[in-house]
Ligand binder design. Structure first.
Ligand SMILES: *[C@@H]1O[C@H](CO)[C@@H](O)[C@H](O)[C@H]1NC(C)=O
Ligand SMILES: *[C@@H]1O[C@H](CO)[C@@H](O)[C@H](O)[C@H]1NC(C)=O
Ligand SMILES: *[C@@H]1O[C@H](CO)[C@@H](O)[C@H](O)[C@H]1NC(C)=O
Ligand SMILES: *[C@@H]1O[C@H](CO)[C@@H](O)[C@H](O)[C@H]1NC(C)=O
Length: 373
């Protein structure tokens, strides 16, 4: 009997072995699934719904991802998938389900120094580059730079420049058109690839910093809100550019105007690059004399998350002389002008009165660089 039973017993064990294999692979697959899926859920989705101050909301994904993105950002290597073992994630562990789920869903403490991303939107050269070089000197690791020049522009940054290799793939830009928004979103998206970028400032080739790096960095990093100029302007140059065809998605009451030169937090930057709905409406209905760059972001932020915004810009510009273009400053006026800009003292920062309204200023001619330095 015993010998006749053998094949049957073997089949029996083979069956259990296969069942065991099956269960093991199921466990591995579900572990992987949780590890991959739970991070974005906890770190970015909830981000938008929650309106508490930003620092706890700006939850970085696991360290490994931050490092991978960081490596890509520094240009040392491309952003590539890292093996789980290299990331310190082992499939065989002794955590209970509860522990495992808690581990992947709890916020990971901030493990990097937050950076401010400086996004330069320029036809090509940066005439005030020398000033910016001095501004950034000694603050490596707290900033990152992205340049969007005209695609035909040939740059010649020397390898020791902060601007070296910081150019992103660009397309040509036309004033007032959606190509301007495209360029802004392209800059934001490129900078979002680096998880340590937490603040994003759009700058032009005629912009200067009004304070030293630390002052600007602290002001932005400490702020709980973004700085996107957004006003309801009843005039022809405001509401007058609204098109009723935007109804019902955008009403004239929601329509806003503001300077293009924004500063946004990471949460808002993610919302801006992921918007399709309002972008498409603007592409369709914001035509001359409507200027996309003066209305798209101010209106978008006002509709989606007005509470995230201070409604003012941190980039100073002088419209007091009237006309379609702001005053341009040359070397004779620069010193007195700079004093005037710094002294603006009627702003709030995190709900408190603050002596500083503006961190950047435009438009400054290349010949101002010497007195500025
Ligand atoms: C099991 O968990 C304990 C801590 O809870 C840890 O010290 C130990 O190294 C773990 N063992 C394995 C094999 O991971
Ligand atoms: C602002 O942030 C810096 C760190 O970047 C910190 O040292 C400083 O105390 C903060 N200031 C305020 C007023 O919160
Ligand atoms: C900005 O404007 C929006 C809508 O007009 C408003 O809800 C919000 O409170 C304003 N923010 C500040 C800081 O005034
Ligand atoms: C610049 O300075 C000159 C001489 O000091 C003055 O005449 C001119 O009005 C100033 N321009 C501006 C825009 O302030």
């Amino acid at each position: 009997m015993g010998s006749e039973n053998k094949p049957l017993q073997i089949n029996f064990w083979v069956f259990y072995f296969l069942l065991f294999l099956h269960m093991v692979s199921f466990c591995i697959v579900s572990t992987l699934y949780y590890k991959r899926v739970s991070f974005p859920v906890s770190s970015s989705h909830e981000t938008f719904k929650d309106s508490s101050p930003p620092s706890p909301r700006l939850l970085p994904p696991p360290k490994s991802n931050a490092e991978a993105a960081g490596a890509g950002f520094h240009g040392a290597s491309k952003v590539t998938g890292m093996s789980l073992e290299k990331q310190g994630v082992y499939l065989i562990h002794n955590m209970s389900d509860t522990e495992l789920l808690r581990k992947v869903s709890t916020p990971i403490p901030q493990i990097f120094v937050p950076k401010v991303a400086f996004l330069f939107l320029t036809p090509g050269p940066l005439p005030l580059a020398q000033l910016w070089e001095l501004f950034f000197l000694g603050h490596e690791g707290r900033y990152s730079i992205y340049i969007h020049p005209n695609p035909s522009y040939k740059d010649t940054w020397p390898p020791n420049s902060v601007f070296y290799n910081r150019r992103i793939p660009s397309k040509s830009v036309s004033w007032g058109e959606t190509s301007m928004i495209d360029a802004e979103r392209r800059l934001l998206a490129s900078a979002l690839l680096d998880i340590s970028n937490q603040r994003f400032v759009l700058l032009s080739d005629s912009c200067i910093p009004v304070f030293d790096f630390i002052t600007i960095y602290d002001y932005l990093i400490n702020s709980t809100q973004s700085f996107v100029a957004s006003q309801d302007d009843p005039r022809e140059t405001g509401r007058g550019r609204y098109s009723p065809n935007m109804m019902p998605h955008i009403t004239v009451e929601q329509w806003r105007k503001g300077s293009q030169w924004f500063e946004v937090h990471r949460d808002l930057a993610v919302l801006i690059v992921s918007d399709r709905k309002y972008y498409n409406i603007f592409r369709e209905h914001c035509r001359e004399p409507c200027l996309c760059e003066e209305h798209y972001l101010p209106t978008l932020v006002n509709i989606l998350h007005p509470e995230m915004n201070t409604n003012r810009t941190v980039t100073w510009v002088d419209w007091s002389q009237g006309g379609p273009h702001p005053t341009t400053y040359g070397r004779r006026n620069v010193t007195s002008e700079l004093k005037r800009i710094r002294k603006h003292a009627d702003c709030t920062h995190n709900g408190k009165e603050h002596a500083t309204c503006f961190l950047f200023a435009r438009k400054f001619l290349p010949d101002t660089i010497e007195p500025l330095i």
